[in-house]
Design a binder for this molecule. Structure first.
Ligand code: NAP
Length: 266
């Protein structure tokens, strides 16, 4: 194992082992929200241009983090823009865990292209079958897209929409039924907003938060006003923002990685 892997693993093990017994043994899918941002909290460049916001050390940490989750979720915006693989290929082969994370895309209208890397990796035997969450039962005109994606190797789940997007609580219920106990949410901006919104303080009393842990990599650069940012909880009221408990901060290469836990709503 390399020194780089050692420090990433030490960081992640200390973050995930510090959960309370109650949270670690919960009967819901534990969610880690993670993304890389600039110093001015942008996650992409102008017009959504993909930016390299992680140095090799923090990128390796992200791949180790993927190996510690049952599934990795992105929105269709990220799937179309970045064509991600959502695998653990940066971990040195000798120490790479054999279990692959399940790729998941929230894609209400089944826009995922069949030549995307997620589907071609599956067809080439180097990735698990991607799961797509959609709302196609509301849109009969999508039945041919559905058949095409199924033929290309996707597994499709239908969930209802809430406020114009797929219902995150319903997605999480289905994932738990399907055996996904830990989910890493990697973005992009709209997905981050939705998951943070679901974890707002005003949503309930004493309820467990939707997000368990947030891990943010911050790169020492500014992107500027044209970049893509995110909103915290979609709320203008600071008291409704999720209450956080700092867990661990580390320097990885030139980036700072901070882990916080979302506290139960009071
Ligand atoms: N820096 C990082 O760590 C990082 C990581 C990932 C992505 N990114 C960047 O983020 C950008 C993409 O962000 P984006 O906002 O355009 O796309 P996104 O968040 O990846 O996907 C948003 C789309 O997902 C679908 N969706 C379905 N259910 C949803 C729900 N409950 N909440 C939110 N979205 C839902 C919606 O499309 P439908 O209505 O069609 O389903 C929605 O428009 C890219 O520029 C990418 O490079 C950065």
């Amino acid at each position: 194992m390399s020194l780089l892997s050692d420090s990433a693993l030490d960081f992640l093990r200390s973050v995930f082992s510090s959960r309370s017994k109650e949270d670690a043994e919960t009967d819901r899918t534990l969610v880690t929200l993670t993304f890389a941002q600039s110093l001015d909290a942008k996650i992409a460049g102008k017009g959504g241009r993909q930016l390299l916001l992680s140095c090799p050390e923090s990128m390796l940490m992200t791949h180790w983090m993927r190996s510690m989750h049952d599934a990795i979720l992105v929105g269709i915006g990220t799937a179309l823009n970045d064509n991600p693989q959502l695998n653990t290929r940066l971990i040195p082969e000798a120490s790479r865990p054999s279990k692959l994370p399940r790729p998941i895309v929230l894609d209400a209208h089944l826009r995922l292209p069949i030549d995307c890397k997620l589907l071609s990796n599956f067809r080439q035997g180097v990735g698990l079958q991607p799961w797509i969450f959609c709302s196609s039962s509301n849109f009969p005109e999508m039945s041919s897209r559905r058949s095409t994606l199924l033929e290309a190797g996707a597994v499709i789940f239908d969930v209802p929409c809430e406020d114009g997007f797929l219902s995150i609580p319903q997605v999480l219920v289905e994932l738990y039924i399907q055996g996904i106990k830990s989910l890493m949410v990697e973005g992009g901006a709209t997905i981050i907003n939705s998951f943070l919104k679901c974890s707002q303080q005003s949503d309930g009393f004493g309820a467990p938060p939707v997000i368990d842990t947030i891990i943010i990599t911050t790169a020492p650069m500014f992107v500027g006003d044209g970049g893509v940012g995110y909103e915290v909880g979609g709320s203008k009221q600071a008291e409704e923002a999720p209450a956080l408990q700092p867990v661990q901060t580390a320097l990885m290469g030139i980036d700072t990685v901070a882990a916080v836990r979302i506290l139960r709503r009071q």
